[in-house]
Design a binder for this molecule. Structure first.
Ligand code: ADP
Ligand code: MG
Length: 283
């Protein structure tokens, strides 16, 4: 398969969908693992107070651990907070602790409350930098709501990675998410791009899954990755071993599909970004 291409600059991807249980966390950790296994440097930012991404990646996130909360609320340097994955090389994590549950309310009265994560990311010397050791990908795992935490992710990100569960009601609530994105683009982050949609928990045996996939592809066209993630017990078992499916069962269909999806994502760099980068490189 070979290594994956480094993007022209750090791609900050926001994994969001305000519905719970659609595969945000699963997609974040497995895409991150697959990108890292492809030789890229990846940072996962856990922005959900539940800390499921931290758990799945075996990252310490007991109360009191430096976490996303400290970065957003107290302005602590991300460099002090980042932990390396114990399992996967090139993969790093900013954990979430339960303190983050309070941040949603604490943020309300804070200065620049929507852009605190952006500020933290931009201050990190390996993010959006031009150094050899810069992160190639930052994946932000959002909580299942459209509150201030998710808003911080939308303001901090370049692109969105939206998991859609191949289930009845799949598109319900998506309108609200896309309206929020439009609002953010108009006022806070004009460059935000809904670049990538991935179908999750796809069941090839059911007409329902096929029907949902067709509807999503009809609606979003090329934004939808060709690879759909199948429903797989191995994928859902992996977190209870503190692993991604990429290490838990690398040859399972679930692992192979995330590998393929990550590959597709890595080879689909925004044309403008690629063009801009080559223009700069040629100067
Ligand atoms: P979210 O972060 O959007 O709330 P999760 O990633 O936590 O969603 O997934 C919700 C549940 O579905 C979890 O128990 C997870 O293990 C399970 N799950 C996610 N993707 C798959 C899949 N492809 N096959 C089987 N179970 C899955
Ligand atoms: Mg989650």
């Amino acid at each position: 398969r070979g290594p994956l291409p480094r993007p022209p600059q750090t791609r900050v991807m926001v994994v969001a969908n305000q519905k719970g249980g659609v595969g945000k966390t699963t997609t974040t950790v497995n895409m991150a693992a697959a990108l890292a296994q492809g030789g890229l440097r990846v940072l996962v930012v856990d922005l959900d107070p539940q800390g499921n991404a931290s758990t799945a990646l075996s990252i310490d996130h007991h109360r009191g651990t430096l976490s996303t909360y400290d970065a957003i609320v107290d302005g602590t340097d991300l460099a002090e907070i980042v932990q390396p994955s114990p399992e996967i090389e090139h993969l790093f994590v900013v954990p979430a602790t339960i303190d983050l549950a309070g941040a949603e309310i604490e943020l309300v009265s804070m200065v620049a409350r929507e852009s605190r994560l952006r500020k933290a990311l931009h201050a990190h010397p390996q993010i959006l930098a031009d150094t050899e050791d810069r992160f190639d990908y930052v994946l932000i795992d959002c909580p299942p709501s459209l509150g201030l935490l998710t808003l911080n992710a939308l303001v901090a990100g370049d692109e969105m990675l939206i998991p859609i569960q191949a289930e009845y009601y799949a598109l319900e609530g998506l309108g609200q998410l896309l309206e929020t994105v439009e609002m953010v683009k108009a006022h806070l982050n004009p460059g935000l791009d809904v670049s990538t949609i991935v179908l999750t928990m796809y069941d090839a045996r059911t007409r329902l899954s096929a029907g949902v996939a067709e509807e999503v592809r009809g609606h979003f066209g090329d934004q939808v990755l060709r690879t759909a993630i199948p429903r797989s017990v191995r994928i859902s078992e992996a977190p209870s071993y503190g692993q991604t499916v990429m290490t838990y069962d690398p040859s399972s269909p679930g692992a192979l599909s995330y590998l393929e999806a990550a590959r597709e994502m890595a080879f689909r760099v925004e044309p403008e970004a690629a063009a801009a980068a080559s223009t700069i490189a040629n100067q």
